[in-house]
Write a protein that binds this ligand. Structure first.
Ligand code: THU
Length: 144
């Protein structure tokens, strides 16, 4: 069990190589199992962990629409369900299998478990999470 919140390191880029085709394939597999009957917009997310393993998730919607879970939520849940770790790269895809940018809430969610150096897949190449989210709220704010 985790003793305290994860304070992301201040941005040292991961040196771990990323197999983007494999990560996208994992995300596509998760997308195919999404439960998205309300939006009709299935999403799959796959992440590479610093121990070399991978995790994934899909969106799970609800009749109470605002309760719908994004694919990234499932990914982070699996990360902890199997023992934790730091995310080094993430790919999220829509129904066409093409990368989609994580929503704002999920950028914040990913920050806590991957930090600013987390690589995020994009149709035009990968970007660091720090390019997608400025001035995030972090556990350090809670300590002030
Ligand atoms: N969705 C995700 O799963 N991740 C995102 O980053 C963006 C949006 C889902 C939520 C909802 O089930 C559907 O996509 C349409 O918004």
């Amino acid at each position: 069990m985790t003793a305290g919140p994860h304070i992301p390191e201040s941005g040292t880029p991961s040196e771990q190589p990323v197999d983007w085709p494999a990560l996208r394939a994992l995300a596509r597999g998760a997308m195919a199992r999404a439960y998205a009957p309300y939006s009709g917009y299935p999403v799959g997310a796959a992440g590479q962990v610093d121990d070399g393993t991978t995790v994934s998730g899909c969106n799970v919607e609800n009749a109470s629409i605002g309760l719908s879970l994004c694919a990234e939520c499932g990914l982070v849940s699996e990360l902890y369900a199997r023992g934790g770790g730091r995310l080094t790269a993430v790919s999220c895809v829509g129904q066409d299998g093409v990368p989609v940018a994580p929503c704002g809430r999920c950028r914040q969610l990913l920050w806590e478990h991957g930090g600013p150096g987390l690589l995020v897949d994009g149709a035009a190449g990968s970007r660091r999470l720090s390019e997608l989210l400025a001035d995030p709220f972090t556990p350090e704010h809670l300590a002030r």
